[in-house]
Design a protein around this ligand. Structure first.
Ligand SMILES: [Zn+2]
Length: 331
């Protein structure tokens, strides 16, 4: 994270620019032609209150269930235009995913596949990774004896996989494929739910294509964490137009229960950099060539790592992570 800090900042700037490009200057809010008022995607209630307004988008809290979602929300026509944004996607793929993110993800994905393995009996389980990016998790799953395949809508990722990794992937939406009932032992959705306008429908489809006792494993964002309480609208994961909703551990448990799952493990991941961005900017690398600045930068890097490890230890134990990982079994 530390070495790629400036690239991440550039990525967030590009997302912010994308959000601002969708704003109507007359209102300061997202253009009315792109959005519509919606009911809570989790419970159907129309009662809500504004939680935060960010870059012209309004995140509301459902008064009935506490779900946080963007309202008004993109229409189904607008959402395709918004997501087919080559500039941001290509930047993330070339400048972050391949050189940095995959390196950091590898040990984490190894841990996750180890956890999944504990809950499946089939020696060669069939696994579907929804939103498989450039296929790193699929490669790891395959190496661990899983019969793994993926879905990914981004064409750059699909091309990369075709040229570099011997994996089975399709450029389709899960709901558009219509897999037969009980096709898979495992379905994974890493960093997917927060991008979906209707996560319950997607989990319902996951439940249908999983075998009895099958495992769904996912990561998503948690607005009941300490960083959100401290930062409010500045919390990084209120990230329009990409993040359309946010969960809590309790909401995830109840939504999964409704879709026919029982949670078997839930883990928190506290993100120190989210807080450091706002409150400790002096720790952040500046990329200077001045020798004094370089020495300071080395001290800062050590401090940053110490703060990261300490805070992660504390807030993971306190169950207050920005990100949660959930493993659930189909009943
Ligand atoms: Zn609700």
């Amino acid at each position: 994270m530390y070495t790629s800090y400036q690239k991440w900042q550039e990525f967030y700037r590009r997302i912010e620019n994308k959000a601002r490009s969708l704003i109507d200057p007359a209102t300061g809010r997202v253009a009315a032609s792109l959005v519509e008022s919606i009911a809570c995607p989790l419970c159907g209630s129309r009662a809500f209150h504004t939680r935060v307004v960010k870059h012209g988008f309004t995140y509301v809290t459902c008064s009935h269930c506490g779900f946080v979602y963007v309202n008004p929300q993109f229409t189904s026509e607008a959402i395709h235009t918004v997501y087919n944004d080559e500039d941001v996607r290509e930047f993330f793929f070339r400048e972050l995913l391949l050189p940095y993110v995959e390196r950091d993800q590898k040990p984490e994905f190894e841990r996750r596949i180890g956890e999944i393995r504990k809950h499946v009996r089939n020696p060669h389980p069939r696994l579907l990774d929804v939103g498989c990016a450039a296929g790193l998790f699929l490669s790891i799953a395959s190496a661990h004896g899983f019969e793994a395949e993926g879905l990914e809508l981004n064409q750059s990722y699909i091309e990369f996989i075709k040229n570099n990794r011997p994996l089975k992937v399709q450029a389709k939406l899960l709901e558009a494929i219509g897999y037969p009932d009980a096709s898979f032992d495992v379905v994974t959705l890493w960093d997917v739910l927060e991008h979906l306008p209707n996560p319950v429908d997607t989990l319902g489809e996951v439940a249908r294509i999983l075998k009895s006792n099958g495992v769904v494993a996912l990561t998503t964002i948690n607005h009941s964490c300490i960083n959100e309480k401290l930062l409010k609208a500045r919390w990084r994961y209120y990230m329009p137009p990409d993040h359309l909703c946010s969960f809590t551990p309790a909401l995830l448990r109840s939504m999964l229960h409704r879709c026919g799952f029982t949670v078997v493990k839930l883990q928190h991941q506290y993100m120190f950099e989210v807080l450091a961005d706002v409150y400790l900017p002096f720790l952040i690398p500046k990329g200077s060539s001045n020798p004094l600045a370089n020495t300071l930068s080395k001290i800062n890097k050590v401090l940053y790592l110490v703060f990261t490890l300490t805070s992660q230890g504390i807030f993971n134990i306190l169950h207050s992570g920005d990100i949660v990982t959930v493993y659930a079994k189909k009943d």
